[in-house]
Ligand binder design. Structure first.
Ligand code: HAM
Length: 412
């Protein structure tokens, strides 16, 4: 039997890769002072129906639970975060810088870079309305991707402002209830035939394509680019009005990260959602907010297609998986003595393995190598001394067992 379409098994090598990605995510967010939170995997269906927008609602894994509640597996983290903040914000000094690594579920058509479950790094800043916060968030997004060994030739952040488009919609007299549909059409315009987009836009096609072709300017976006320049990060970013974002709650600056070659789907996306928290709050708490999410799927594909990023991953995974010491039991009557030493060294923090059943000595050395051990300790005829072998150099020394710990510590 196979896992469901769009779902993954994580064999040890896949888990190692996932742990590597999560560790880099945690390390980069720590450098920016973000702290971790989490929420439930299952939420009330209404949370998404009201807040995420039609596209995600069509992709929900939803069902009625045994208490007759309409519930859904989370397709994203932002509504959960907004709900948590609406009820708990008083306990925290603003601005909040929070991150989370949820697994999320969307019933999409599985294709390259798109599955029905994925993990996302979510980083959000709550309670800061200045453009400095947008720049800080975008700088973090850039540094997260850089942490995997990618440079300005490999990826770019395309930054835009939804207000370009909402201003146009106001001028053109488009009623607010149609805005989401129009914004989604613009969001899709890059991936769709021009005639189809024009058909969907109707009378708006002219002015929309004029902006798409001419590009746009805004003092806010210039301020963000200048801020990134001050950090030495402006090579990683560009203003691009084609970015609109598919989710309904964005209100201002939005951005997406793509590989430069344009081979993959977006690695990450985010923006400002200054009204979402108020909408989820009983007493209309008004807090500005902005954030982004980066998925593990596209990122993993990009790592596998970039030689140096892949080497960095492999080196890290190999050293994480390797044990330190393999204990070779050459004489079964030494097993009890070996176990005592194994326990003592494990207590000291060493990683050790040994044969659980009687095994030929050459075979044991083979296993030691496969496991990446740097040292083998051989329990045999020399007892109460043991042979300590450096597996990299082949050098071997006899050490009285009571001096073993001192010897290992000195050579660590
Ligand atoms: P999103 O653009 O829907 O944003 O997802 C963010 C990233 O998750 C995408 O750029 C992509 O890498 C990955 N992703 C999305 N769907 C899939 C899928 N089906 N399979 C694999 N990867 C996928 C959000 O989710 C917003 N809540 C982000 C945000 C946080 N905005 C503010 N704070």
């Amino acid at each position: 039997m196979q896992p469901l379409t769009g779902f993954r098994d994580f064999l040890p090598a896949d888990c190692a890769e996932r742990n590597y990605i999560f560790a880099k995510w945690r390390e980069a967010t720590r450098r920016y002072g973000f702290i971790e939170y989490d929420g439930p995997l299952l939420e009330e269906l209404d949370l998404y129906k009201k807040k995420s927008g039609d596209e995600i609602v069509r992709q929900l894994y939803e069902f009625v639970d045994k208490g007759q509640r309409a519930v859904a597996l989370r397709p994203e983290m932002t509504p959960t975060l907004a709900r948590i903040i609406a009820t708990n914000h008083r306990n925290f000094r603003k601005p909040l810088k929070w991150f989370s690594i949820p697994q999320v579920f969307r019933y999409e058509r599985p294709q390259r870079g798109r599955l029905r479950e994925h993990f996302q790094l979510n980083c959000d800043i709550i309670g800061e309305s200045s453009a400095e916060a947008d720049a800080e968030l975008i700088a973090l997004a850039i540094d997260v991707v850089r942490a995997f060994g990618f440079g300005a030739n490999d990826f770019v952040v395309r930054i835009s402002d939804r207000e370009f488009w909402t201003e146009l919609l106001k001028v053109e007299g488009v009623p607010p209830e149609r805005w989401e549909e129009v914004l989604q059409t613009i969001d899709k315009s890059e991936r769709e035939a021009r005639t189809k987009t024009m058909e969907r836009l109707g009378a708006l096609a002219g002015p929309v394509f004029e902006i798409l072709e001419k590009g746009g300017e805004s003092t806010k976006l210039n301020e963000i680019i200048d801020n990134l320049r001050a950090r030495g990060l402006s090579d990683f970013a560009t203003v691009d009005v084609r970015i609109v974002r598919g989710l309904a709650y964005y209100t201002g600056v939005v951005f997406e990260i793509f590989d430069r070659a344009g081979k993959f789907r977006a690695i990450a996306g985010g923006g400002r959602y200054d009204q979402l928290i108020a909408q989820l709050s009983d007493n209309a708490v008004s807090l500005s907010a902005l954030g982004f999410a980066m998925g593990d799927v596209v990122l993993g594909e990009m790592i596998h297609e970039n030689a140096s990023a892949l080497r960095q991953l492999e080196v890290s995974v190999r050293s994480d998986h390797a044990i330190d010491i393999y204990v070779v039991i050459a004489k079964e009557e030494r097993r009890a003595a070996a176990l005592a030493v194994i326990q003592q060294l494990r207590d000291q923090g060493y990683g050790l393995d040994y044969p659980m059943t009687p095994t030929k000595v050459p075979r044991q050395f083979q296993t030691a190598e496969q496991l990446g051990a740097h040292t083998a300790i051989l329990f045999g005829d020399e007892w109460p001394s043991v042979a300590v072998k450096n597996l990299a150099t082949g050098e071997q020394r006899l050490i009285p067992h009571e001096e073993l710990l001192t010897h290992l510590t000195a050579n660590r």
